[in-house]
Design a protein around this ligand. Sequence first.
Ligand code: FAD
Ligand code: FES
Length: 266
Amino acid sequence: MVHKSIEKALILKNQALTPEIHEMVLGVKTTLGVTPGQFINLYCKDGSRLLPRPISISEADEKGGTLRLIYKVLGKGTEEFANLQKYEEIDYLGPLGKGFTLEKDDGKTETQETQEILIIGGGVGVPPLLELSKQLKGKKRVLLGFEKESILIEDFKKVATEVAVATTTGDEGIKGTVMDLLEQGAYAPKKIYSCGPKGMLKAVQAWGRERNIPMELSLEERMACGIGACLVCTCKTKEGPHEEDWSYKRVCKDGPVFKGDEVMFE
Ligand SMILES: Cc1cc2nc3c(=O)[nH]c(=O)nc-3n(C[C@H](O)[C@H](O)[C@H](O)COP(=O)(O)OP(=O)(O)OC[C@H]3O[C@@H](n4cnc5c(N)ncnc54)[C@H](O)[C@@H]3O)c2cc1C
Ligand code: FES
């Protein structure tokens, strides 16, 4: 399902999970065809804020026709979202972008139940990994990093084999980052899925590369149109074996999920 036009969604829930992080549940016409890792463009009601705000789909409930979003209040747009009330309407466009590849898309069915998959998230990169964790098969080991307060841990525990947490302050889980969790565990995944800040993704990519593990990384870039038209959100991607074999891709349209060996971090 890709809506070509802006739709109205009904806000069924909009509440704070922590002082900074909010949860919004939207009633939408259909969630059929949503892929984990995709996002929607949410529009502000305040006319002075024309550009939509891209927010990842954290969960998509086909039966209920709902999308769950988890967002951090950062600037004026997300502040406006946090003040919206239940049963108000909000304009959105989506689902947008290219999400994660699910195992079933690889055509593998027999061995996947026993294979280990690493799912690594940081900060507001964590929400889209929840729907991914629900849909992936296999031994799902989830490593999540936050500054101080964690989110969605109980939700991940329901769908993953193991959930480990790190916070930079040490308030929850181990004191450190997901890279510390990664170094401490004896992980031998057949694939890594990751979403989070660039520095974290870069470190995950290096760890996976050293071990020759296939990866999918979801990037976050500042966006404007969110639909591939303005080229604000480009990232550098590798296109071949030589140094000069690279090009720019649009994170909103060609991503936000890219193959791990494709992404070139500056
Ligand atoms: C694919 C994608 C998925 C995202 N998913 C989530 C999510 O699930 N939860 C969450 O909390 N945040 C998410 N973000 C970040 C979120 O879009 C920004 O925090 C939000 O747009 C900030 O808007 P603002 O008006 O509060 O801040 P302002 O700084 O006032 O925004 C000003 C302008 O810059 C753009 N902008 C600012 N920061 C970002 C950013 N990091 N990425 C893209 N555009 C930005 C805004 O859209 C807006 O047009 C995602 C970003 C991308 C690209
Ligand atoms: S935000 Fe316009 S092309 Fe990606």
